[in-house]
Design a protein around this ligand. Structure first.
Ligand code: FES
Length: 70
């Protein structure tokens, strides 16, 4: 089974608890969800207005004609 989830963030969300910070993955690529593992660095050269698909191994392809069927 596969699931497509569209994410537009390119970095984590910082949550402060007292003097500590926790970094929550907002890009969807971390293998340590819900925490950031710096996998978002793969998104640094993504072009605006394009959609990409990432494989578990880290390979990336551009998705064209992204459609959602209702
Ligand atoms: S925000 Fe997803 S890995 Fe850092």
């Amino acid at each position: 089974m596969a699931r497509l989830v569209k994410k537009e963030f390119k970095g984590p969300l910082e949550i402060k608890i007292g003097t500590k910070s926790i970094w929550i993955c907002m890009c969807g690529l971390s293998i340590n969800q819900p925490f950031c593992d710096d996998s978002h660095e793969k998104t640094a050269d993504e072009e605006d207005n394009k959609t990409y698909a990432y494989e578990k191994e880290g390979d990336r392809t551009e998705v064209k004609n992204w459609e959602v069927a209702y």
